[in-house]
Write a protein that binds this ligand. Structure first.
Ligand SMILES: NC(=O)c1ccc[n+]([C@@H]2O[C@H](COP(=O)([O-])OP(=O)(O)OC[C@H]3O[C@@H](n4cnc5c(N)ncnc54)[C@H](OP(=O)(O)O)[C@@H]3O)[C@@H](O)[C@H]2O)c1
Length: 285
């Protein structure tokens, strides 16, 4: 038996996937009306978090934020004893640590998961969910968790790590998206159709993420020497982007920020180093 606490957009998709896979599922939501479509598919509606978890082996929590999740787990209380909680709620990593501690005090096992997709993709074999918590607990429930996302992966025994992974990916995404939008403004001002650019420049664009493993190795080892593509070669290209942006009336804040990072590193004598040397700006050693 599975319990799902929280039936927003995502929680409803999680419960629906469990029902579709044939699992007996009990659901609870603050606003009971959201349970109606799930009850029609065979879910049992509980009238409190405590009664929802009482007969469940696996308790899935997915609500707005970590503070709400913590309140629901506390409300379920000792009825959680002997169960396994899988909290799929987003939030700062400390909220996963706090929920893990609370759940352990109540006598239950705990995994935290970070869903890396939108609700309609729940149940897809390609859906990535990062899990953290005891490996043995993940291994025991992996077949059930794969119902939610075929690429469910255990990333750490520490339950807070999946949230950090999620943030890292969002962080990278915003950097890439901002760069793409700035480039789109430049190309747009020049009257160049963006779709044609995306098509013709596809090999260059798709090569960008292939740099990440190399940068990761350099940063992990704190070894920044490089025979090619050194920081000193970036500066003229950045200046070109700033000058082009300026002359076309495109906002220059983003490339100017990049220029500052590179210029500071050159001033510190790191001109012959890899771009990864700029980690020292973000995380001074
Ligand atoms: N939607 C997505 O595609 C997506 C993708 C990845 C991750 N997530 C994560 O999944 C979680 C849920 O997202 P969502 O999109 O499903 O949000 P949502 O549709 O806004 O649903 C929020 C849920 O939290 C409940 N809730 C809010 N405040 C509450 C309170 N004080 N007490 C009890 N329940 C409360 C809501 O209950 P009511 O129905 O009573 O308001 C509802 O069940 C979030 O952490 C989100 O970041 C969502």
């Amino acid at each position: 038996m599975i319990a799902v606490l929280g039936l927003g957009e995502m929680g409803s998709a999680l419960a629906a996937a469990m029902l579709a896979a044939g699992h007996e599922t009990t659901v609870w939501n603050r606003s009971a009306d959201k349970a109606v479509p799930l009850v029609a598919k065979g879910a049992r509606l509980a009238d409190s978090p405590e009664s929802a978890v009482r007969d469940a082996e696996l308790v899935i929590v997915n609500v707005q934020d970590g503070a709400v999740a913590g309140k629901l787990l506390a409300a379920a209380g000792t009825a959680l004893a002997g169960r396994t909680v899988v909290n799929l709620t987003d939030g700062p990593s400390e909220q996963a640590s706090a929920a893990a501690e609370l759940v352990a005090d109540l006598g239950a096992d705990y995994l935290h998961g970070q869903i890396m997709t939108i609700a309609p993709a729940i149940g897809s074999p390609d859906t990535v969910i990062f899990y953290g918590g005891p490996r043995a607990v993940f291994d025991k429930y992996e077949p059930v968790l794969r119902i939610l996302g075929g690429r469910g992966t255990h990333v750490s025994d520490d339950p807070s790590v999946p949230l950090l992974y999620g943030m890292a990916i969002h962080d990278i995404m915003w950097g890439l998206l901002n760069g793409f939008l700035h480039a789109a403004a430049l190309l747009g001002d020049a009257g160049l159709p963006l779709t044609r650019f995306a098509d013709q420049a596809a090999p260059s664009l798709s090569a960008l993420p292939t740099l990440f493993p190399m940068l990761a190795t350099e940063i992990d080892r704190a070894e920044y020497a490089t025979p090619f593509g050194a920081l000193k070669h970036h500066l003229p290209s950045i200046d070109d982007v700033i000058a082009e942006s300026h002359s076309r009336g495109v906002d220059t804040e983003l490339p100017t920020y990049t220029r500052k990072l590179v210029a500071d590193a050159l001033a510190a004598g790191h001109g012959d180093d890899s771009y990864s040397r700029l980690i020292e700006h973000f995380a001074p050693r």
